[in-house]
Design a protein around this ligand. Structure first.
Ligand code: ATP
Ligand code: MG
Length: 676
């Protein structure tokens, strides 16, 4: 018993020791919520408050449930049911269905797309893969928020849903989908919860038996509970109050899917007798990481209801590193090189993660890690080359390559046009489609075009055949089975997890916050995603972004607005940096030399500029060379602005190398010295 209370702080212990009844732990990331509930479960068992069989723990993902079972076993409480809502409901329905409905449980529809397609065809709506996935997403949202086909439209309008298919069409497809499914006697995942709650609500006998069996419920990540899950939980409880919930409203990241922190925040209203415990000590992360996490949430503004401050208790660690890169491939290869060095230095690959906002961002990292020889595992999303649209694009390219005559036109620009033309009919429109499955598909297809662009950049007049071979090769190379590897995951899939080193990548405005986050609520959900990302790191946190998507592309991107006041304003990086005055990206060679946009005011002393020009005139006349051979205007201005006092400072100015230093160094330093 001692053991169960060891390794807990006072507040955590209070939560563990609270008698069986309503308990709510409201606390920030890394404060030990998950640890507290596993200890609480083990303690309830050890003190005979509940036998193992009476307890049901639900968590968010299969992986988290698995981890909870492992931890419970280690605490001497094997055999506790730790499941996701869906898997718990499936188990119960299997048992109750014969009594409540009759016969065996209807089979589970693993993938609803076929039925959605059938329904969509009947309604006369689109049946392409992207539309079907959007329709399926809307149907899932509707069911998660307890909307029926007849109430979907009103609910969607109220929730400001903006599906790519007209809401009245969604409602019709939803209705037909439900009736086709019922006629076929099949269930989708959400039906598992709907039927479980309906049976427990309506069938006295079943409810009595269920409630005699299960008497204690524990829910992790309660901030992201959907109305459907909440209804199921209430049906399980049947008016009882043996419920422990833990959550962090600042980590609500599934609002778009119908989840809401309301139930967590109003727990003490629902159960006035509840023990509400707040944890503040962050046991996961170094003070450096904790400070950043607090700043991210503080950025949410004064009106923010549930700001919780984390208190750092671990020893100091390294400062977070922020880095800006000219383009995504460079960002990815630098991140990969850093990771390779960490692994080389002895850090296990599995304690490192790269986290991004959308799954489409994984491709460039998959490639860079492969090139760096670093093993990785992609979580919560399909690998780039496993995505249906990417496979489809590869087939199209291969077929076109096979049927193209030998004499077919070749070369970079031609190839890119050909690829765009090939991929147009499968979803690569000129303009990006609105958010949703169509947009994901578009992003993936654009990834294929960027591979063609890279091939074209490499020269050798590539044609479709070379592209087909390149795609094949890349897809092979990335299929290496990996178990012990760096985790690649979306921020959504990273919740609840932790790593020693975390790289948050691609943090540009438009990606985080994602471009389609328009309302203040949507933008705040994006900020919470950053908070979730930052708080995954135990020790090393590395934040990066790139100013252009492709190598050599226009540097039109800006770092995420959430980084203002968090990252240093102008990371010093010669050649790829930002303006010293306005912090905007530097584009022309002249701007890079002076470290300042050409529109921004120069800090140079005009007298020094004049003195340097006079010296240059003299020197070029003496050597019989044109003035610019000595120094360009931009270099001269850079010298005047930076006022170097030694050789090292001179060498740090772009445009001055060892040869120029040898020829002019002493004279320039003398001119600068004279006008001090
Ligand atoms: P999240 O909000 O991200 O899910 P959490 O609140 O569930 O975080 P845990 O995962 O339970 O946090 O704990 C974070 C880390 O801190 C874990 O490695 C855990 O073992 C450790 N930890 C928690 N409490 C303590 C404690 N009292 N002493 C030492 N380590 C602790
Ligand atoms: Mg947790």
């Amino acid at each position: 018993m001692r053991d169960l209370l060891d390794g807990l702080d006072d507040e955590q212990r209070t939560a563990v020791l609270a008698p069986s009844g309503p308990v709510c732990v409201l606390a920030g990331a890394g404060t030990g919520k998950t640890r507290t509930i596993t200890h609480r479960i083990a303690h309830l068992i050890a003190t005979d408050a509940h036998p193992v069989s009476e307890i049901m723990a639900v968590t968010f993902t299969t992986r988290a449930a698995g981890e909870m079972r492992v931890r419970l076993r280690a605490l001497g409480a094997p055999g506790v049911q730790a499941r996701t809502f869906h898997s718990a409901a499936l188990k119960q329905l299997r048992y109750f269905w014969p009594t409540a409905v009759g016969g065996q449980l209807w089979p589970l529809l693993e993938n609803k797309l076929r039925l959605v397609a059938m329904a969509s065809r009947r309604v006369g709506s689109g049946t392409d893969a992207a539309t079907l996935r959007d329709l399926a997403g809307e149907i899932e949202w509707a069911k998660a928020t307890l909307a029926a086909p007849s109430t979907y439209q009103a609910a969607a309008a109220k929730a400001l849903r903006d599906p790519s298919v007209a809401p009245e069409t969604v409602a019709k497809v939803f209705e037909v989908y439900e009736s086709v499914k019922r006629d076929a006697e099949q269930l989708d995942f959400d039906d598992l919860l709907l039927h479980t709650s309906a049976i427990l609500e309506d069938n006295e006998t079943v409810a009595r038996e269920f409630r005699a069996r299960y008497r204690c419920f524990v829910v992790d990540e309660y901030q992201d509970v959907t109305p459907l899950q909440q209804r199921t939980l209430q049906a399980w409880l049947g008016g009882r109050n043996q419920l422990t919930v833990v959550g962090d409203a600042n980590q609500t990241i599934y609002s778009f899917a119908g989840a809401s922190p309301k139930h967590l925040l109003e727990f003490d209203k629902t159960y006035p007798e509840a023990s509400v415990i707040r944890l503040e000590n962050d046991y996961r992360s170094t003070p450096q990481v904790v400070t950043l996490a607090n700043r991210v949430i503080a950025g949410a503004g004064a009106g923010h209801r549930f700001r919780l401050k984390l208190r750092a208790v671990l020893p100091d660690g390294p400062q977070a590193v922020f880095s800006e890169h000219p383009d995504e491939p460079t960002e990815a290869s630098e991140v990969s090189a850093k990771i390779a060095a960490r692994i080389e230095a002895g850090m296990p690959a599995s304690s490192i993660a790269i986290l991004y906002r959308i799954n489409a961002q994984s491709e460039v990292y998959e490639k860079a890690l492969t090139e760096a020889g670093v093993p990785y595992v992609v979580k919560g999303g399909q690998r780039f080359f496993a995505r249906a649209e990417v496979r489809q694009a590869m087939t199209l390219v291969r077929r076109a390559a096979e049927s193209a005559p030998e004499t077919h036109e070749r070369g970079g620009p031609v190839l890119i046009d050909q690829v765009r033309e090939l991929l147009g009919p499968i979803g690569l429109s000129d303009d990006p489609p609105p958010p949703g499955a169509l947009r994901d598909r578009w992003d993936s297809l654009l990834g294929v075009v960027s591979i063609a662009e890279e091939l074209a950049d490499a020269g050798n007049e590539p044609g479709l055949r070379e592209l087909a071979a390149e795609l094949e090769q890349r897809s092979e190379a990335q299929h290496a089975p990996t178990i012990e590897g760096v985790t690649l995951a979306s921020l959504h899939a990273a919740k609840g997890l932790e790593w020693d080193a975390v790289h948050l990548v691609g943090l540009t405005d438009g990606t985080l916050p994602i471009q389609y986050a328009e309302t203040p609520e949507q933008v705040e959900e994006e900020r919470r995603l950053l908070y979730v990302g930052v708080t995954r790191a135990r020790t090393h946190l590395h934040v990066s972004w790139a100013l252009s998507r492709t190598a050599g592309g226009r540097r039109s991107r800006r770092r995420s607005r959430f980084l203002t006041g968090i990252a240093p304003d102008a990371p010093a990086r010669a050649g790829t940096g930002r303006c010293r005055v306005c912090a905007g990206p530097l584009i022309t060679p002249g701007e890079i030399k002076t470290g300042r946009c050409h529109n921004c005011p120069s800090s140079a002393d005009p007298q020094l500029v004049e003195a340097l020009k006079t010296w240059r005139r003299q020197r070029s006349a003496d050597d019989s060379v044109p003035a610019f051979v000595v120094f360009s205007d931009a270099t001269l201005l850079a010298i005047a602005e930076r006022r170097p006092t030694d050789d090292a400072a001179l060498l740090a100015i772009p445009g001055i190398g060892p040869t120029k230093l040898d020829s002019y160094g002493c004279e320039v330093l003398a001119v600068v010295g004279r006008t001090r």
